[in-house]
Design a protein around this ligand. Structure first.
Ligand SMILES: [Zn+2]
Length: 258
């Protein structure tokens, strides 16, 4: 029998056994299909969310459901916007409905501890809504012991890691960390073959006004689509960040479910 924690890689009865007998936590990674500059792949967000979920599941005893790859619309001031070719987003209602359906099915089949791991800034409130509705509606149908934890895996970074990751450069804020040091370093550590370091842009930080416009103004976003430069990123920095985020997710999930 495969020891994989990935739901897609094990038979149904093994999945059933793990949630029934081993009290497995079911992880649901949610990402995005979104441009991340010239040097990172379009799947960066769902790949990293799935990576974090897999590592945490291996640590705390869990199963990782197939990720929700498509996600909430990319916004100009946080993800470079919806206008770039390849940034393929869902309408918010679709993301809520899709995540809600998955959570309800997991709960209907016996999962009682579910961890939704978000890897895309814009998903936040739509995932809250999906989690809220799924828990509420399952409770109304008699499932009273289901609990759902939802977190952005990069919710917090320790001052020590910040200092090492941003040595000599200033942290632009998580909203501008799109295709920047954080994501470039993490991808260099986890998926080095998918990063083209020769294409990392070195553009100035965008100077966004404190509002959004519809239709979007493409010229607000640097040509590459990155919102900050990933030039200083290394796999070593990536390791620091990734291991810290795996700890963060594992600790949160253990605190609530173990
Ligand atoms: Zn991203």
């Amino acid at each position: 029998m495969s020891a994989s924690v990935m739901m897609s890689e094990i038979p149904w009865n093994e999945y059933q056994r793990r949630i029934a007998e081993e009290d497995a936590i079911v992880f649901v990674p949610v990402g995005a299909v979104e441009q991340h500059g010239y040097h990172l792949p379009l799947g960066t967000d769902w790949m990293m969310a799935t990576y974090m979920a897999r590592r945490a599941a291996e640590r705390v005893g869990g199963v990782v459901a197939p990720p929700v790859m498509y996600a909430a619309r990319s916004q100009v001031r946080t993800g470079g916007g919806p206008h770039r070719c390849g940034t393929t987003s869902l309408n918010a209602e679709t993301l809520i409905a899709m995540t809600y359906d998955v959570l309800c099915e997991l709960g209907r089949h016996g999962a009682r501890k579910i961890a939704v791991i978000d890897g895309h800034f814009e998903n936040r409130f739509f995932l809250d809504e999906a989690c809220y509705r799924a828990q509420r509606d399952l409770e109304a149908r008699g499932v009273r012991d289901l609990r759902i934890l939802k977190m952005l895996y990069a919710e917090r970074i320790s001052p020590e890691t910040m200092e090492k990751a941003y040595a000599g450069v200033s942290f632009p804020g998580l909203d501008l960390e799109h295709g920047g040091i954080l994501e470039t370093a993490m991808m260099l550590y986890c998926y080095p073959d998918l990063v083209d370091v020769s294409k990392i842009p070195d553009e100035a930080l965008p100077d966004f006004p404190p509002y959004d416009l519809f239709p979007v103004r493409p010229d607000w976003v640097p040509a590459s689509g990155c919102l900050s430069s990933g030039k200083p990123a290394t796999a070593e920095i990536g390791k620091l960040l990734v291991e810290e985020f795996v700890d963060l997710v594992s600790t949160a999930v253990s605190a609530e479910f173990r």
